[in-house]
Design a protein around this ligand. Structure first.
Ligand code: XUL
Ligand code: CO
Length: 430
């Protein structure tokens, strides 16, 4: 037992009237929503990276957090895991996620890093066996170390490709060992800075071959979870090959992997790509590649990836509306890939950021379910497209269509899109 969260009570559901900061007002794990427990709908995960490994730096200053577990020894890595599981016990969320670099110190060699990683995976495995939360996904950090500065799978140097492939192999093994439900690939540096030094076609082909190797290895070891790609348009690289959902889908089709790989869609990344979160979710569900979400948002003014905890019910409600319409999560869940503001130093800040986020998501989910059950949006949509019922237009030749229009049989009559009325409708639920 560490004393990091000393005096912080376990957070339980107390209902909307509670004024206790350390209580859920809306997240009641056992409440039934559309025939399913709320916990099973939302499948919350805490991100090891931002909650326990991130130090509070920004481009103008370094570490602001002082955490006793910061450092490069195995003892400190174990302490970090202890603190993490203490937070999980306080929050009661069902899942967590990690990058390899979040949980183990980097060794002087690949073999040493591997030993550190395997030791800490076993340590985490023991803690999970004590009844702690489960692993939503594991992933490899193929972007922080300087060896990845020109990319991982898309690096001009085949030695970096090899290092990356070997790292993903070990991370997939570890995810499988811990019973993880998904494996994520966020290609932070799978992109480029300038075409002046870049063979774009070669890099894209490398990324395709790499992904095929990941999928093949997943099947080889019998990992039943989903492989998820997390799109992001830029940051850290200027041009990313995994720009947004539609781009990744095109990439998957190109390499014949659309049946093997799904997407982990992050709210902040959608905003960076110039989309709304619900657009990205609807696109993924339409294309049959919806997998999981990272529910952290960006600042709308600053235009960079600020990874803030969600705090906007209407936005979150529209996102869960798409999740519910897609049939809900199967292996996926709601990961908070979110970090505190760098001035939020206290252990209480870390707990309360998650409590608030979980409550916002619970409200969003309930609003989304109520809208779906009411059926108002679906009825309006069906009415808007009703003219297409029994229409054979899409299968006809242009000259046949032209003959119908020219004969005067077709005369378009514009109709209201009713946007404001529908916005008012949503406002009733949120
Ligand atoms: C980076 C990001 C990552 C991925 C996992 O913007 O979102 O944390 O979620 O590598
Ligand atoms: Co993310």
């Amino acid at each position: 037992m560490t004393d990091f969260f000393a005096d912080i009570p376990q957070v339980t559901f107390e209902g909307p009237d509670s004024t206790n900061e350390f209580a859920y007002r809306h997240y009641d794990a056992n409440e039934m929503v559309m025939g399913k427990r709320m916990e099973d709908h939302l499948r919350f995960a805490v991100a090891w990276w931002h909650s326990f490994a991130w130090e509070g730096g920004d481009p103008f200053g370094g570490r602001t957090f002082e955490r006793v577990w910061f450092g490069d020894t195995m003892d400190l890595a174990r302490m970090k895991a202890d603190v993490a599981f203490e937070m999980f016990a306080i929050l009661g969320q069902p899942f967590f996620c990690w990058h390899d670099a979040d949980i183990r110190p980097e060794g002087a060699t690949f073999a040493q890093s591997k030993r550190n990683f395997e030791e800490i995976i076993d340590y985490i495995g023991q803690k999970m066996a004590d009844g702690g939360p489960r692993l939503l996904w594991g992933t490899a950090n193929l972007f922080s170390h300087r060896r990845f500065m020109s990319g991982a799978a898309t690096n001009p140097d085949p030695d970096v490709y090899a290092w990356s492939a070997a790292t993903v192999k070990n991370c997939l093994d570890a995810t499988h060992k811990l019973g993880g439900e998904n494996y994520v690939l966020w290609g932070g540096r799978e992109g480029y800075e300038t075409l002046l030094n870049t063979d774009l076609g070669r890099e894209r082909a490398q990324a395709g071959a790499f992904l095929q190797q990941v999928v093949d290895y997943k099947h080889k070891i019998g990992f039943k979870g989903a492989i998820l790609i997390e799109p992001k348009p830029q940051e850290p690289t200027k041009h990313q090959y995994d720009y947004d959902v539609a781009t990744v889908y095109g990439f998957l089709k190109d390499f014949g992997l659309e049946g093997e790989v799904q997407l982990n869609i992050e709210q902040g990344h959608a905003i960076l790509a110039g989309h709304s979160f619900e657009h990205e979710l609807a696109m993924a569900s339409t294309l049959g590649v919806f997998g999981s979400i990272d529910m952290n948002r960006n600042d709308y003014q600053s235009g960079w990836d600020t990874d803030q905890f969600p705090n906007n019910v209407p936005e979150v409600a529209l996102a869960y509306y798409e999740v519910l319409k897609a049939g809900g999560f199967t292996t996926g869940g709601t990961n908070f890939d979110a970090k505190l503001r760098r001035q939020s130093l206290d252990p209480q800040d870390l707990i309360l950021a998650h409590v608030g986020a979980m409550d916002i998501c619970a409200r969003g989910l309930k609003a989304a379910a109520a809208m779906l059950e009411d059926g108002g949006l679906e009825a309006a949509r069906a009415a808007r497209y009703a003219g297409w019922q029994n229409s054979s237009l899409m299968g006809q030749s242009l000259d046949v269509i032209e003959a119908q229009v020219a004969s005067g049989g077709i005369d378009p009559q514009p109709r209201s899109g009713r946007q404001e009325r529908l916005e008012n409708y949503v406002g009733r639920f949120v």
